[in-house]
Design a protein around this ligand. Structure first.
Ligand code: GBH
Length: 450
């Protein structure tokens, strides 16, 4: 009695924000134009052996020059929002001090171009391109970098204070700490557990300083942080304790300080896990008042979801679902539902959620415009998002990763994540089948159930 079969199509709430995302270093190119300083990714990409295909940030997808036609493309797809990041070294070429006005002007033009087309800007302040001089002074392993980040953030809030934007402070502090400082596979290419632990705290402190600056600025819009979260599934009953620990390292180490104002006691200082840094040394980094700054209330929590991991009884991460051509990505759409429901239950005081990244790479490095795998991936994940909304999750938007094929970090130009194909010889853009399909989802504000 009273039971209704679920609707087909699955409708999203009115006002749900549909978008696509990029980041500065991955798409802009023009790495020395208009006074931009060097970033750690310029340095890393110039180091032989670091990037799979030897490519650099130039020209990437040449978006610094093609931004206007790219905005037309976004409008043609009917997207309501575009997420991009600001390259800190365009704003402050050395990471501190004077503002490079030409850099600010670029983002002002981009934002004005979005607004003229009725497209909402979601602006990430830091998507991994730290000014190289700040790395030379210790990077995220030192506390001063958090202060510099707060100053840079304040410059951007002032420059765009009239804009009703969604601001995201730091993109995936976990990736920078673990891949950049623990495993050395990303810039700055360091392999040091203690620096990795310090990089966690100092990025989160930088996030908090930026939120403080945002509130003080009186700028319009809203602010949050973008965390990549990873549902962890034990592969046996015996694996339960190890899975709890992996969940601490992968998820709670970032969620708890931001949302609850404390670090989880089980993430650092104990085997197994990928971050058995020294717990006492970590505590010494956390000064009085830091956790209040880090846990300042947010308007939105941005979630980036790519897949799940399994954990065995020894604490090893193991494959429990098939991977995409990105070997780290175990594809499991229901994991998105599990993650959103876990957040609802474990963090009842959390702000509304927005998914700011979700996607897969093409099966081959040449790329294609015929991408049924991506279309099915997006459909399955959107179905799970709709299910979670039905079950009470406050999810207010979704941004596909990525708008364009681009520079995929250590994979260079060899791994294509775009809804839109980019010919890297001619820079010609061609929407893939998934882009046309996504466009119809956006226009219907709904996804088919089957
Ligand atoms: C996101 O990170 C990034 O925000 C985005 O810029 C990127 O383009 C997108 O994913 C696709 O990768 O080299 O084996 O150590 C997702 C989380 C963390 C996944 C780092 C890849 C490197 C694995 N990423 N990880 S490895």
């Amino acid at each position: 009695h009273g039971w209704q079969p679920p609707a087909d199509p699955m409708q999203f709430p009115a006002g749900f924000v549909w978008g696509a995302a990029t980041s500065a270093f991955q798409v802009e190119g023009s790495t020395t134009a208009d006074g931009r300083g060097p970033s750690i990714w310029d340095t890393f990409a110039a180091t032989p052996g670091r990037i799979h295909d030897g490519s650099t940030g130039d020209p990437a997808a040449d978006h610094y020059r093609l931004w206007e036609s790219d905005l037309d493309l976004i409008a043609d797809l009917g997207l309501a929002a575009y997420r991009f990041s600001v390259a800190w070294p365009r704003i402050q070429p050395t990471g501190s001090g004077d503002v490079n006005q030409a850099g600010v002007d670029f983002y002002r033009r981009l934002v004005d171009g979005l607004l003229a087309r009725g497209i909402h800007p979601a602006i990430t302040l830091y998507h991994w391109d730290l000014p190289q001089p700040l790395q030379d002074a210790g990077g995220w392993a030192v506390r001063e970098t958090a202060d510099r980040f707060g100053e840079y953030a304040a410059i951007m809030f002032e420059a765009l204070r009239d804009v009703d934007a969604t601001w995201l402070t730091i993109n995936e502090p976990k990736t920078t700490a673990y891949v950049g400082y623990r495993w050395g596979a990303h810039a700055p290419g360091i392999s040091d557990v203690d620096q990795a632990a310090a990089a966690i705290h100092h990025q989160l402190l930088g996030h908090g300083r930026a939120v403080e600056a945002f509130r003080a600025s009186g700028a319009a819009g809203e602010i949050g942080i973008a965390l990549n979260l990873l549902p962890v599934y034990p592969t046996s009953r015996e694996a339960d304790p190890a899975a709890v620990h992996t969940d601490a390292v992968e998820n709670r180490m970032f969620l708890d300080p931001v949302l609850l104002g404390r670090y989880p006691s089980d993430a650092i200082g104990s085997e197994p896990g990928q971050l058995p840094a020294d717990a006492d040394a970590f505590q010494e980094l956390v000064l009085d008042g830091d956790l209040e700054v880090i846990s300042a209330p947010l308007d939105v929590l941005a979630v980036q979801y790519y897949g799940v991991t399994g954990v065995d009884e020894l604490g090893n991460q193991v494959e429990v679902y098939p991977t995409s051509t990105a070997v780290w990505q175990q594809v499991h759409p229901e994991g998105l539902y599990d993650l959103l429901m876990d957040l609802l239950i474990d963090y009842p005081g959390a702000p509304p959620l927005v998914i700011t990244e979700n996607g897969i790479p093409d099966p081959t490095s040449e790329g294609t415009t015929d991408d049924p795998e991506r279309l099915e991936f997006l459909r399955a994940h959107l179905q799970q998002a709709a299910r979670a909304i039905d079950d009470g999750v406050r999810l207010v938007g979704y941004y596909a990763w990525s708008l364009l094929d681009n520079f995929e970090w250590a994979e260079g130009m060899s791994q294509r994540w775009g809804l839109v194909h980019v010919d890297f010889e001619t820079q010609e853009r061609t929407p893939k089948a998934s882009a046309e399909w996504y466009s119809s989802v956006v226009r219907a504000n709904a996804v088919t159930r089957s």
